[in-house]
Design a protein around this ligand. Structure first.
Ligand code: AMP
Ligand code: ZN
Length: 131
């Protein structure tokens, strides 16, 4: 049983923020900033490919609720929603989870670097995606 399934089962403790039939939200044990929340489906799915659309809808509704709490109850001006989908993307716990990371002005966190498309590259990739 994965560590988040153990949290769902109550076998290991967590700081539970919200729970319903399909979804659990709890504090990340090592927050970027206090109030960093993880939202997970109760049914084990490793990633976005595995979760059912019905469960994903329920999870995203809770992501929205938790974002409201971060702003209204903790007075943050904004937050990032991140999901590391698979180990190559930085996923360490193999149970799908959305991070809500509260942000503070000039907190030094930066997103990834971006680049320009080469000539014809965007067209080529679009062709692959939509064919
Ligand atoms: P990720 O790299 O996207 O898989 O993120 C996993 C997150 O889970 C990390 O931010 C950890 O701090 C967090 N985490 C690991 N174990 C626990 C735990 N027992 N309770 C709460 N958060 C945890
Ligand atoms: Zn699990």
């Amino acid at each position: 049983m994965c560590i988040f399934c153990q949290i769902v089962a109550g076998k290991i403790p967590s700081y539970k923020v919200y729970e319903d039939e399909k979804v659990l939200a709890f504090l990340d044990i090592k927050p970027v900033h206090p109030g960093h929340i993880l939202v997970i489906p109760k049914k084990h799915s490793a990633n976005l490919e595995e979760i059912s659309e019905e469960d994903l809808k329920a999870v995203m509704i809770v992501v929205k609720k938790m974002g409201n709490l971060i702003k209204k109850k903790l007075s943050y001006a904004g937050y990032n929603v991140t999901e590391n989908n698979d180990p190559i993307a930085g996923q360490e716990i193999p149970h799908l989870h959305f991070h809500l990371i509260p942000r503070i002005a000039d907190d030094g966190l930066s997103n990834w670097t971006q680049r320009e498309y080469a000539d014809g590259e965007a067209k080529e990739v679009l062709q692959k995606l939509t064919s």
